[in-house]
Design a protein around this ligand. Structure first.
Ligand SMILES: [Zn+2]
Length: 79
């Protein structure tokens, strides 16, 4: 009984700490968005370096998710 409780707790903790999703940002200082897709059309416009960071880091920099990537994500979720 005790073992199964520990097992259950491990699963709950594991689910509440998902691996941080990687996102892409343009290092243009004017850029305020981050992207899920490396091949995003908006990201292609970037004339600066493209960097891969964690989503929480992007949020810390007060960036928001790109509209195109958001739409793509919605489509994926509804599939
Ligand atoms: Zn995008």
């Amino acid at each position: 009984m005790k073992n199964s409780l520990i097992f259950f707790a491990t699963i709950v903790i594991g689910l509440s700490l998902p691996a941080q999703k990687k996102v892409y940002i343009c290092t243009d200082p004017k850029s305020q968005v981050y992207h899920y897709e490396e091949l995003c059309k908006e990201l292609e416009k970037c004339k600066f370096e493209i960097k891969q960071i964690k989503e929480n880091e992007a949020n810390d920099q007060e960036k928001r998710l790109c509209k195109l990537c958001k739409e793509n994500q919605k489509k994926k979720d509804s599939e």
